[in-house]
Design a protein. Structure first.
Length: 255
Protein backbone atom coordinates (compact mmCIF):
# COMPACT_ATOMS: atom_id res chain seq x y z
CA UNK A 1 0.00 0.00 0.00
CA UNK A 2 1.47 3.36 -1.02
CA UNK A 3 1.69 6.40 1.22
CA UNK A 4 -1.31 8.12 -0.39
CA UNK A 5 -3.63 5.12 0.19
CA UNK A 6 -2.48 4.78 3.80
CA UNK A 7 -3.16 8.46 4.45
CA UNK A 8 -6.67 8.16 3.01
CA UNK A 9 -7.39 5.07 5.10
CA UNK A 10 -6.28 6.78 8.29
CA UNK A 11 -8.43 9.80 7.48
CA UNK A 12 -11.48 7.55 6.92
CA UNK A 13 -10.94 5.76 10.25
CA UNK A 14 -10.68 9.08 12.10
CA UNK A 15 -13.92 10.30 10.45
CA UNK A 16 -15.81 7.16 11.47
CA UNK A 17 -14.51 7.38 15.02
CA UNK A 18 -15.58 11.00 15.36
CA UNK A 19 -19.03 10.14 13.96
CA UNK A 20 -19.45 7.42 16.58
CA UNK A 21 -18.47 9.76 19.40
CA UNK A 22 -20.95 12.35 18.10
CA UNK A 23 -23.80 9.80 18.13
CA UNK A 24 -23.03 8.79 21.71
CA UNK A 25 -22.87 12.40 22.83
CA UNK A 26 -26.27 13.23 21.36
CA UNK A 27 -27.94 10.09 22.72
CA UNK A 28 -28.25 8.44 19.31
CA UNK A 29 -31.34 10.48 18.57
CA UNK A 30 -31.22 9.53 14.89
CA UNK A 31 -30.19 5.94 15.49
CA UNK A 32 -33.06 3.60 14.44
CA UNK A 33 -31.82 0.77 16.63
CA UNK A 34 -32.50 2.80 19.78
CA UNK A 35 -35.65 4.57 18.59
CA UNK A 36 -38.02 1.87 19.87
CA UNK A 37 -36.29 1.80 23.25
CA UNK A 38 -36.79 5.53 23.67
CA UNK A 39 -40.47 5.22 22.71
CA UNK A 40 -40.94 2.33 25.13
CA UNK A 41 -39.35 4.39 27.88
CA UNK A 42 -41.65 7.32 27.15
CA UNK A 43 -44.68 5.02 27.27
CA UNK A 44 -43.54 3.58 30.59
CA UNK A 45 -43.14 7.08 32.00
CA UNK A 46 -46.63 7.98 30.80
CA UNK A 47 -48.06 4.89 32.46
CA UNK A 48 -46.38 5.80 35.73
CA UNK A 49 -48.21 9.15 35.63
CA UNK A 50 -51.62 7.46 35.44
CA UNK A 51 -53.59 7.94 38.70
CA UNK A 52 -53.90 4.67 40.59
CA UNK A 53 -57.29 3.45 41.79
CA UNK A 54 -57.99 4.00 45.47
CA UNK A 55 -57.75 0.54 47.09
CA UNK A 56 -60.25 1.65 49.75
CA UNK A 57 -63.01 2.33 47.22
CA UNK A 58 -65.47 -0.44 46.36
CA UNK A 59 -67.80 0.14 43.44
CA UNK A 60 -71.29 -1.03 44.34
CA UNK A 61 -72.74 -0.69 40.84
CA UNK A 62 -71.02 -0.78 37.46
CA UNK A 63 -73.99 0.65 35.58
CA UNK A 64 -74.37 -2.51 33.52
CA UNK A 65 -75.23 -5.49 35.72
CA UNK A 66 -76.68 -6.38 39.12
CA UNK A 67 -73.19 -7.41 40.17
CA UNK A 68 -73.28 -8.55 43.80
CA UNK A 69 -76.88 -7.42 44.31
CA UNK A 70 -79.97 -9.58 44.36
CA UNK A 71 -83.64 -8.66 44.29
CA UNK A 72 -84.96 -8.67 47.86
CA UNK A 73 -87.77 -11.15 48.32
CA UNK A 74 -90.12 -8.95 50.32
CA UNK A 75 -93.18 -10.54 48.73
CA UNK A 76 -95.08 -8.26 46.39
CA UNK A 77 -91.88 -6.55 45.29
CA UNK A 78 -91.56 -4.91 41.89
CA UNK A 79 -88.93 -5.91 39.36
CA UNK A 80 -85.44 -4.45 39.23
CA UNK A 81 -83.89 -3.53 35.89
CA UNK A 82 -80.68 -1.98 34.61
CA UNK A 83 -81.09 0.67 31.93
CA UNK A 84 -78.91 3.54 30.68
CA UNK A 85 -76.44 3.16 33.54
CA UNK A 86 -79.19 3.25 36.17
CA UNK A 87 -80.66 0.64 38.48
CA UNK A 88 -84.44 0.98 38.53
CA UNK A 89 -86.36 -0.46 41.47
CA UNK A 90 -89.99 -0.59 40.39
CA UNK A 91 -92.74 0.06 42.92
CA UNK A 92 -93.98 -2.89 44.88
CA UNK A 93 -96.90 -3.77 47.08
CA UNK A 94 -95.63 -2.12 49.11
CA UNK A 95 -91.83 -2.67 49.36
CA UNK A 96 -89.26 -3.39 46.66
CA UNK A 97 -85.50 -3.44 46.87
CA UNK A 98 -82.08 -5.00 46.47
CA UNK A 99 -79.77 -6.71 48.96
CA UNK A 100 -76.00 -7.23 48.89
CA UNK A 101 -75.08 -10.90 48.67
CA UNK A 102 -72.72 -12.27 51.31
CA UNK A 103 -70.82 -10.35 53.96
CA UNK A 104 -70.84 -6.58 54.16
CA UNK A 105 -67.82 -4.84 52.61
CA UNK A 106 -67.30 -2.91 55.87
CA UNK A 107 -68.94 -2.53 59.28
CA UNK A 108 -67.57 0.73 60.66
CA UNK A 109 -65.37 3.66 59.61
CA UNK A 110 -66.59 3.86 56.04
CA UNK A 111 -68.88 5.98 53.90
CA UNK A 112 -71.38 5.20 51.16
CA UNK A 113 -72.27 7.63 48.40
CA UNK A 114 -74.91 7.28 45.71
CA UNK A 115 -77.41 9.21 43.65
CA UNK A 116 -81.11 8.42 43.94
CA UNK A 117 -84.31 9.62 42.30
CA UNK A 118 -87.98 9.14 43.00
CA UNK A 119 -89.27 8.39 39.52
CA UNK A 120 -92.85 7.58 40.48
CA UNK A 121 -94.84 7.43 43.70
CA UNK A 122 -94.97 9.54 46.84
CA UNK A 123 -93.09 7.71 49.59
CA UNK A 124 -89.48 6.80 50.29
CA UNK A 125 -87.39 6.19 47.19
CA UNK A 126 -84.18 5.38 49.04
CA UNK A 127 -84.24 3.32 52.18
CA UNK A 128 -80.51 2.73 52.47
CA UNK A 129 -79.86 -0.05 54.98
CA UNK A 130 -76.18 -0.19 55.89
CA UNK A 131 -74.08 -2.21 58.32
CA UNK A 132 -73.12 -0.67 61.63
CA UNK A 133 -70.76 -2.77 63.74
CA UNK A 134 -72.70 -5.97 64.53
CA UNK A 135 -76.05 -4.58 63.43
CA UNK A 136 -77.52 -2.38 60.68
CA UNK A 137 -79.63 0.75 60.35
CA UNK A 138 -81.55 2.48 57.55
CA UNK A 139 -81.41 6.02 56.22
CA UNK A 140 -84.92 6.81 55.00
CA UNK A 141 -85.31 9.51 52.34
CA UNK A 142 -88.86 10.65 51.67
CA UNK A 143 -90.86 8.41 53.97
CA UNK A 144 -94.23 8.80 55.67
CA UNK A 145 -95.93 10.50 52.77
CA UNK A 146 -92.88 11.84 50.98
CA UNK A 147 -90.78 14.09 53.20
CA UNK A 148 -89.52 12.37 56.34
CA UNK A 149 -85.74 11.89 56.39
CA UNK A 150 -83.88 10.16 59.20
CA UNK A 151 -82.58 6.91 60.67
CA UNK A 152 -84.60 3.80 61.44
CA UNK A 153 -84.17 2.74 64.15
CA UNK A 154 -82.49 4.07 67.30
CA UNK A 155 -83.56 2.60 70.65
CA UNK A 156 -86.57 1.09 68.91
CA UNK A 157 -87.77 4.43 67.47
CA UNK A 158 -87.87 4.88 63.70
CA UNK A 159 -87.09 7.81 61.42
CA UNK A 160 -90.45 9.46 62.15
CA UNK A 161 -90.01 9.60 65.92
CA UNK A 162 -86.35 9.85 67.01
CA UNK A 163 -83.93 12.77 67.20
CA UNK A 164 -82.84 12.32 63.56
CA UNK A 165 -86.33 13.06 62.22
CA UNK A 166 -86.24 15.73 59.56
CA UNK A 167 -88.37 16.89 56.64
CA UNK A 168 -87.21 17.62 53.09
CA UNK A 169 -89.09 18.33 49.90
CA UNK A 170 -88.19 15.77 47.24
CA UNK A 171 -89.18 16.36 43.64
CA UNK A 172 -90.07 13.42 41.43
CA UNK A 173 -87.66 13.10 38.51
CA UNK A 174 -84.79 14.85 40.29
CA UNK A 175 -81.49 13.22 41.28
CA UNK A 176 -80.28 13.62 44.88
CA UNK A 177 -76.77 12.93 46.14
CA UNK A 178 -76.90 10.84 49.29
CA UNK A 179 -74.03 10.11 51.64
CA UNK A 180 -73.76 8.23 54.92
CA UNK A 181 -70.78 7.95 57.25
CA UNK A 182 -70.61 5.09 59.73
CA UNK A 183 -68.05 6.12 62.35
CA UNK A 184 -66.95 4.48 65.58
CA UNK A 185 -69.51 6.20 67.83
CA UNK A 186 -71.44 8.36 65.40
CA UNK A 187 -73.53 8.18 62.25
CA UNK A 188 -73.79 11.11 59.84
CA UNK A 189 -75.74 11.59 56.62
CA UNK A 190 -76.20 14.20 53.93
CA UNK A 191 -78.71 14.83 51.14
CA UNK A 192 -76.98 16.94 48.52
CA UNK A 193 -74.96 19.42 50.61
CA UNK A 194 -77.37 19.45 53.56
CA UNK A 195 -76.40 17.41 56.61
CA UNK A 196 -79.52 15.62 57.81
CA UNK A 197 -78.10 13.23 60.42
CA UNK A 198 -75.41 13.65 63.07
CA UNK A 199 -76.10 11.34 65.97
CA UNK A 200 -73.96 9.97 68.79
CA UNK A 201 -74.46 6.20 68.94
CA UNK A 202 -72.76 5.62 72.29
CA UNK A 203 -74.84 3.18 74.36
CA UNK A 204 -77.69 3.32 71.82
CA UNK A 205 -79.58 0.35 70.40
CA UNK A 206 -79.04 0.36 66.64
CA UNK A 207 -81.23 -1.77 64.38
CA UNK A 208 -83.63 -1.69 61.44
CA UNK A 209 -87.39 -1.86 61.34
CA UNK A 210 -88.55 -5.44 60.92
CA UNK A 211 -90.07 -4.63 57.50
CA UNK A 212 -86.58 -4.26 55.99
CA UNK A 213 -84.90 -7.06 57.91
CA UNK A 214 -84.22 -8.73 54.56
CA UNK A 215 -82.17 -5.72 53.45
CA UNK A 216 -79.38 -6.59 55.89
CA UNK A 217 -76.44 -6.28 55.86
CA UNK A 218 -76.59 -3.80 52.98
CA UNK A 219 -79.59 -2.98 50.88
CA UNK A 220 -81.77 -0.32 49.31
CA UNK A 221 -85.55 -0.36 49.37
CA UNK A 222 -88.51 1.72 48.18
CA UNK A 223 -92.05 1.95 49.53
CA UNK A 224 -94.88 1.96 46.95
CA UNK A 225 -92.49 4.00 44.84
CA UNK A 226 -90.24 3.54 41.83
CA UNK A 227 -86.70 4.62 42.60
CA UNK A 228 -83.62 4.98 40.44
CA UNK A 229 -80.00 4.59 41.55
CA UNK A 230 -76.60 5.35 40.05
CA UNK A 231 -72.97 6.10 41.01
CA UNK A 232 -72.98 3.88 44.09
CA UNK A 233 -69.76 3.26 45.96
CA UNK A 234 -68.39 2.45 49.40
CA UNK A 235 -65.12 3.89 50.65
CA UNK A 236 -63.29 2.58 53.68
CA UNK A 237 -61.84 5.41 55.75
CA UNK A 238 -58.23 5.36 56.87
CA UNK A 239 -57.56 5.74 60.58
CA UNK A 240 -56.67 9.39 60.08
CA UNK A 241 -59.76 10.06 57.92
CA UNK A 242 -62.05 8.39 60.46
CA UNK A 243 -60.56 10.44 63.30
CA UNK A 244 -60.93 13.66 61.32
CA UNK A 245 -64.52 12.82 60.34
CA UNK A 246 -65.43 12.07 63.95
CA UNK A 247 -63.88 15.35 65.13
CA UNK A 248 -65.74 17.28 62.43
CA UNK A 249 -69.01 15.57 63.35
CA UNK A 250 -68.66 16.46 67.02
CA UNK A 251 -67.94 20.05 66.08
CA UNK A 252 -70.90 20.27 63.75
CA UNK A 253 -73.54 18.66 65.96
CA UNK A 254 -77.03 19.46 64.76
CA UNK A 255 -79.33 21.42 67.10
Amino acid sequence: MNTTSLTRLNALMITLTLAGVSLLATGCENCPCLGDSKKDGAKAAAKDDTPKADPNVISLFDGKTMGNWKVTDFGGQGEVEIKDGEMIIHLGSPISGITWKGQAPAKVNYEITLEAMRADGSDFFCGLTFPYKDSAISLICGGWGGGVTGLSSIDGMDASENETTGYLTYENGKWYKIKVQALENRICAWVDEKQVVNVDTTDRLIDTRIEVELSKPLGISTFATTGKLRNMQLRKLTEAEAAAALAAAKKAELP
